[in-house]
Design a protein around this ligand. Sequence first.
Ligand code: P1T
Length: 383
Amino acid sequence: MRFSTKAIHVGQEPEATTGAVVVPIFQTSTYAQPDVGVHKGHEYSRTSNPTRDAYQACIAALENARHGYAFGSGMGAISTIMTLFKAGDHILSSDDVYGGTFRVFDKVFRNFGLDYSFADTSDLDALAAAIRPETRMVWIESPTNPMLKISDIAAIADLCHRKGLLLGVDNTFMSPYFQRPLELGADLVMHSSTKYLGGHSDVVGGVVCTNHDQVAERIKFSQNAMGAVMGPFDAWLTLRGLKTLALRMERHQKNALAVARFLEAHDDVREVIYPGLESHPGHALQARQAHGFGGMISLRLKGDLEAARRFCRSTKLFFLAESLGGVESLLEHPAIMTHASVPAETRAALGITDDFVRLSVGIEDENDLIEDLGQALAAMRHP
Ligand code: P1T
């Protein structure tokens, strides 16, 4: 079965008792048992739920994984992955990751004795030099949030496996439609399903997929033991989102390329960062390892913080909001919003400056989006 067919059929047989073609929302916490210790496949919804099972089967199939586990948020998924490790273990992470990812590593799991360091994983030598004897996992985003740096997933997987390390990839920005890290050798793939998988900005969730049976056993155990599970209605919404993932991703990308070209030619924009532009340093690598470039664009404006604020509050179709990957276009100011928990010096070193803005390009008409950005740039220049 191919991608778009899997998205609509895997885990989604007509319901056994009624023939309903849509997987029902099994909004139940528990299941009546015919006898003590005898059950019909489900005992308690933290452990398993039929709606969540259907979604997990589908997303695992889309990532070409044997196992998928759904969580109440992307952070819940990442936190559960951390239970694979013990005090003294070291995790080497991309330096440019979502602010909340940095925060949970730095402010939560360090307190439990896990150690973290951060490197530019788009530079294989820098990554190799940062591996320590205690390193157990390399954790990357590619493209990174928000600088959209591209890391060579297959080369990193190779390096990790030679050294006995796991490679985990946060694939949120690509979705499995454009990039399937397990096929490139990664051991774990994770998503904030709040973004492209759900796709409609109406549900928060996270997911972990793997083909590594021992890792899967432990994630499944921790999913139940820690309990950061996705609820049935949220699983249903996300499964519904998956059905149109392929169509939406194509449109996100088409719109993003049009918007990126418009911004690249605009006098009030200093720099446009979009992996689909030939000017992006990771363009060729992205073209090789992925099936597309996605819908996220970062840009540097010609102006200071006040100018960036004026730009951000002047768009009408692009809502000023955190998050990404929904049908509606969003924009945000990473230094003040999504990456405020990253220390100021680190932000400066990464290039998350006051003039830096991130766009999540939605699936509206590209001409309306371009007009909206054009009028906001005019409002920025002429307050
Ligand atoms: O928000 P949540 O579902 O818990 O997922 C966290 C997360 C993990 N990984 C990446 C790459 C992410 O972008 C996110 C969430 N990001 C935003 C809310 C944002 O605006 O960047």
